[in-house]
Ligand binder design. Sequence first.
Ligand SMILES: Cc1cc2nc3c(=O)[nH]c(=O)nc-3n(C[C@H](O)[C@H](O)[C@H](O)COP(=O)(O)O)c2cc1C
Length: 133
Amino acid sequence: MSLYQIMYISSAQGSVTADQCAAIARAAAVRNRLADVTGLLLFNSKRFIQVLEGPRAAVESVYERIRQDDRHRGVVKLREAAIDSREFGDWGMAYDDPAQPSANLKDKVAVLLDRAGASTRAHFMGSAEMHRG
Ligand SMILES: Cc1cc2nc3c(=O)[nH]c(=O)nc-3n(C[C@H](O)[C@H](O)[C@H](O)COP(=O)(O)O)c2cc1C
């Protein structure tokens, strides 16, 4: 099976609450399932990191739609690659707080942040610290 993965980072436009982000992920999960796309969305109240996995055309078309969403800006693709199997599970779209990952997502969140690279990770987690403080 030919699968593709895209990971990006972006900044929330204005104030997006955790509840709003959970709602985005819920709606996304329904749509993504229909397209055989799965993924994980992290939100630290300021930035998003999302990974999308599935058939290449489906992943690219979801990514293009997301890119144009005015609830965020500065969308930067961090990684894209052909993959042999889904790395982040089979959720239509799981949502989590990177600073306090839930027990069941903890490993996947760690993998995602590791893949995102050290500087992105520091930036992403650093702003989470500031926000919490
Ligand atoms: C951070 C973020 C992540 C999103 N992730 C997804 C996603 O994984 N799948 C999806 O269908 N829509 C996602 N959306 C919503 C899309 O941008 C878009 O609003 C939705 O797909 C409806 O598109 P339409 O209004 O063109 O039909 C996301 C939005 C944001 C802001």
